[in-house]
Every structure is written in structure tokens, then in C-alpha cells.
Design a protein around this ligand. Structure first.
Ligand code: GLN
Length: 543
């Protein structure tokens, strides 16, 4: 097993995750089986309880793991399927050590950060790195380990120490340390400043880790002088100083690292497979798209694109497939509501909604903006505008249909109005066998087609069922299904018990589709998720 450890310095948000995934792409292009692990030094056990406001979206895995959004980058870049254990957190490590202590596993010893926590971290990394991730049952050849946070943080210190020890456990020749840093540009001539990087490398070396490769985030390519200086002060060879400068799209990142000789440093031939060539085509294709398609995203974290990262990626994958440049028009759901006091904001929200070629209502929790989302669904239904509702987006469209088509005026979800009459959506928990109190329906579950022929089934292609990932507690009220369907909103996909409605499609509408699951977690570049592809095709007249 070869390990590549990616740490970061100076500040967060330098694209450490993208750098790490891009290195993975290069190793994969060399014909290696690649997996990845992300270390998040926070105390939460997982990302499930964390607000998208603070941490971006919660990414959901096949096994129901609720993890950091970086795992989504790895799955998309490397086309692999990870499990919850691929996301290490301090919460998980400490729970494990404390449980072992209670069992008496430490035989009377004092249990300490070193060696017990650092040992548990290393055991975890080594074991999970060997788990197959690419759908085969073969163990990977290489593992990318990304250390979250910034070197120097108190909470990441035990991990740095664990990784320092790890180089002796696995052999120095089997581990490469990559440090991602920032090279800011100052002054009228645009001088590239190396001092922040010098400091962070000094700190890392002080903790016992010497980086083999420096990846420097900068606006323009590093000039030779900067490279030389960084090499001299940071104890790396000039050839191992990479620049990740601004590029028109993310698919350029592996290509630009390759062009700077990263594969030579890693001693791999990156043209063994045609993967890199496919990335070149993809990067170029995206650069050359000019005809726009506008999709309105009606949500509640619209000023925080990380909160909907996988949805955005899925829209991009689908837009590429229909040869359009994607423009997302963000609409704050509550601005659509009739009692929104700022008239300009309301007008603006409605104008954007009406100008869009397609409408998407993503998942969400809590009642803020729900009435606005219901209005967006109504608008899309009655104006024949293509609509995709995901999870809460399916639920609001069902409520809208019950209110305005079936005439149940006060219909709602019991999540928002516990005592409403004729609830369209009700609490249907799935009781977790492993987590006390766990009621969320989480992870991959099958959806069985209920009809032979419909748009969304055609988009998915062959097969009697589809597997997609879930994260919700509420569902369409089983008592309402018959009336809803008789009025034209058909539940074309259900779970294997026939109780849970997974997909609806509205008869006689160009594309009005709702899915209870989250298709955004399985979309891949070059293999867009079918519900998104349907939305983009319908929005561009290609369905
Ligand atoms: N709040 C809704 C539920 O729990 C929708 C969840 C979601 O959109 N992920 O069912």
C-alpha cells in the first residue's frame, strides 16, 4: 500500500480536498486502485448533526454514513464508493479508545493520547485503507489521506503525531507527504510572497513531518524565482514545488499537476490508462460551452453554495451532457412568500423564477421557506416549467398538489404542522438497528418501478429497480396515495414494501418529477444522475 498524506497550512479553503482528489486521479490514471480517507479533527462523531450553515452539506454514503462533503469530491473524482469509516473524526477515535478502556483492554495501563489515541488512529487508517472501494473485491494499491484543518491547530496535533509515527510503521518509501499552502500576491508588480508557506512548513517540520511535495495555491502560476526560494527555505526539491493557480474549471487541476511533473515525483506513469485523456476532453468541453441554461434553485442556504455542493455538481454534470453552460439562479424560498415584506426582494425572486428554464427544490429540514417552496412547485406545475423536487422538494410538491388540485386547503407535512387535517406528508421513521434513537432513513435503499413506461424510468434505463441514497424521516401519507394518483400525480417508484413513495411524475407535464431520495450523491462527471439529466434535457428541449 502506498500512502499520500495531504495536509494544509496558512488558512482553510485552499482546495486541499480538490488537490488530494486530483492526486488520486493521477494515481488512478497510472492504473492503480485508489481509495481515500478524510480526517476531521472535530469532536462530533459524524457530520450528521452539523448545520450546513457552518460545514456545508452533509454527504451521505451507501452505508448511511453522514460525512464531510470532501468524501463527495473523492467519490466523484475517483469514481469509488466509500463507507462511513473512510471519514475519521476525533469523536469516533475517542469513543473507540474509551470503549476499549471500559472493557479492560488496556490491562491496567494509563490510557493516554500517546500512544493510545495515536495508535488507534494508525490502526484505523491502515485497516480502512485496505478495504475495496471501486466495486471490485480487490484491495486498493494506494490511499490518499487528507488531514482536515490547518497544521498548528490544537485539535489536529494528535493526528500529526500519529502520521509522524505512521511513516515508520508503513516504511518511509511507502508514504508521500504533500503540504498545501498559499502564495499570496502583493504590491503593484504582483510579487509572489513565500513567507506564509515558509512558516507553515517550519511548523510541520517542527512536528516531525517533512513534506515531500508543496502545492501552492496562487492566482497565477508560480514563477521560477518563487519556486527556487520555496525549495530553499522549505527543504523540498524545486521540482516538487507545484502551483495550483486559478483555472477556468476544476477538471484542470489533475492536468495542471501532471504538466508540472507530479507523476514523475510520485514515480508513476499517468498515461497507462486513458483516464487523463478523458479528463482533458472534459476540461476542454466545459471551457467551450457558451449557450446558457438557467436553473432556479429554490432553497434556504442560497448564499452558501457549499450547502448544496452535490446538487450543484450534479446540475453541472447534466448541463455538460446537454452541451449547455449552467447558470444557477439562487432564490431564497422565503422571498417568494406573499407576506415577504421587502417588495423588491419579492419581485426579484419571482422574476428569476419566471425567467428560469427549469426549477429545482433541493432537500431541507425545518419550516423556514417551506411556503415559498410550495409556491415554486405550484408555479412550475401550472406553467409547464420543468421541475425536479429532491426529498423536501418532493414533499412540498405533494403538499401543493393536495392543497390546490385535491382541494385540501390546510394540507401540510406533519413536520411543519403536527395537527393539520389531511396531511400530505407524515412521519415515517426507519428505526435504526445500530444507533439508539436513530430514526432517519439513511443510505442506499432500492426503489422498485411501479409502471412500465414513464419519463424518469426511461432516463434510468434498464432494470426493475434503482438504488439511491436517502436521508429523511417524513414521507408521502400512504392514506393519500390513491386520491393523489387519481388526479394525475403518479408514484412511479416505491420501496420494496410498497408503503414508501420514492418517485412521482406528473402526467401531461413536460417534466415534473419528485424523488424522496437524494440522487445528487451518486452523480459523476461523464455519468450524470438521471433525474438531473431529465431536468436539463427538458429545460433545453432535448427530452
Ligand atoms: N425534512 C424532510 C424529512 O425529514 C426532508 C429531508 C430532506 O430533504 N433531506 O423527511
Amino acid at each position: 500500500m502506498k500512502y499520500v498524506v495531504v495536509s494544509g497550512g496558512v488558512l482553510s479553503g485552499l482546495g486541499k480536498g480538490v488537490t488530494a482528489s486530483s492526486i488520486g486521479v493521477l494515481l488512478k490514471s497510472a492504473g492503480l486502485r485508489v481509495t481515500s480517507l478524510k480526517i476531521d479533527p472535530y469532536l462530533n462523531s459524524d457530520a450528521g448533526t452539523m448545520s450546513p450553515f457552518e460545514h456545508g452539506e452533509v454527504f451521505v454514503l451507501d452505508d448511511g454514513g453522514e460525512v464531510d462533503l470532501d468524501l463527495g469530491n473523492y467519490e466523484r473524482f475517483l469514481d469509488i464508493n466509500l463507507g462511513r469509516d473512510n471519514n475519521v473524526t476525533t469523536g469516533k477515535i475517542y469513543s473507540k479508545v474509551i470503549e476499549a478502556e471500559r472493557r479492560g483492554d488496556y490491562l491496567g495501563k494509563t490510557v493516554q493520547v500517546i500512544p493510545h489515541i495515536t495508535g488507534a488512529v494508525q490502526d484505523w487508517l491502515e485497516e480502512v485503507a485496505h478495504r475495496p472501494a471501486d466495486g471490485s473485491d480487490e484491495a486498493p494499491d494506494a490511499c490518499i489521506i487528507e488531514l482536515g484543518g490547518t497544521v498548528g491547530d490544537i485539535e489536529s496535533a494528535p493526528y500529526i503525531e500519529a502520521l509522524r509515527q505512521f511513516q515508520f510503521r508503513v516504511g518511509r518509501e511507502n508514504i508521500t507527504f504533500v503540504h498545501v499552502s498559499l502564495v499570496p500576491v502583493m504590491g503593484p508588480v504582483g510579487e509572489q510572497k513565500t513567507k506564509p508557506t515558509q512558516h507553515t512548513v517550519k511548523e510541520l517540520r517542527g512536528l516531525g513531518i517533512t513534506p515531500d511535495i508543496l502545492v501552492c495555491r496562487s492566482s497565477a502560476p508560480l514563477n521560477d524565482e518563487t519556486r527556487e526560494k520555496l525549495a530553499a527555505f522549505c527543504h523540498v526539491s524545486p521540482a516538487a514545488v507545484m502551483s495550483t493557480h486559478d483555472v477556468p474549471n476544476i477538471y484542470h487541476v489533475p492536468l495542471m499537476l501532471h504538466e508540472q511533473g507530479l507523476c514523475d515525483i510520485l514515480k508513476v506513469d499517468c498515461e497507462v490508462t486513458d483516464l487523463l485523456q478523458r479528463w482533458r476532453v472534459m476540461a476542454h468541453h466545459l471551457d467551450t460551452l457558451s449557450e446558457e441554461v438557467h436553473i432556479a434553485m429554490v432553497g434556504k442556504y442560497t448564499n452558501l453554495s457549499d450547502a448544496y455542493l452535490s446538487v450543484i455538481k450534479s446540475l453541472q454534470h447534466a448541463a455538460m451532457a446537454v452541451d449547455r453552460k449552467l447558470v444557477i439562479d439562487w432564490i431564497e424560498a422565503s422571498h417568494l412568500e406573499s407576506d415577504w415584506e421587502n417588495v423588491d426582494e419579492r419581485k426579484q425572486a419571482w422574476d428569476s423564477l419566471k425567467q428560469a428554464a427549469g426549477v429545482l427544490v433541493p432537500g431541507g429540514f425545518g419550516d423556514r421557506g417551506v411556503e415559498g417552496k410550495i409556491l415554486a412547485a405550484e408555479y412550475a406545475r401550472t406553467s409547464s416549467t420543468p421541475y425536479l423536487g429532491i426529498c423536501l422538494g418532493l414533499q412540498v410538491a405533494t403538499i401543493e398538489f393536495c392543497r390546490n388540485v385535491l382541494g385540501f386547503e390546510d394540507s401540510n407535512s406533519t413536520e411543519f404542522d403536527e395537527n393539520c387535517k389531511n396531511p400530505a406528508v407524515v412521519f415515517m421513521p426507519e428505526i435504526s438497528k445500530t444507533h439508539l434513537g436513530g430514526t432517519m432513513r439513511l443510505g442506499s435503499r432500492p426503489t422498485i418501478w411501479q409502471v412500465e413506461d414513464c419519463k424518469i424510468r426511461t432516463l434510468y434505463g434498464e432494470g426493475e429497480s434503482v438504488d439511491e441514497r436517502h436521508r429523511h424521516r417524513y414521507e408521502v401519507n400512504p392514506d393519500m396515495i390513491e386520491s393523489i394518483e387519481s388526479a394525475g400525480l403518479v408514484f412511479v417508484g416505491k420501496d420494496e414494501t410498497g408503503q414508501r413513495c420514492e418517485i412521482f411524475e406528473l402526467e401531461g407535464h413536460p417534466y415534473y418529477v419528485g424523488v424522496q431520495y437524494h440522487p445528487e450523491f451518486k452523480s459523476r462527471p461523464g455519468r450524470p444522475s438521471p433525474p438531473f439529466l431529465g431536468l436539463l434535457k427538458a429545460a433545453t428541449g432535448q427530452l
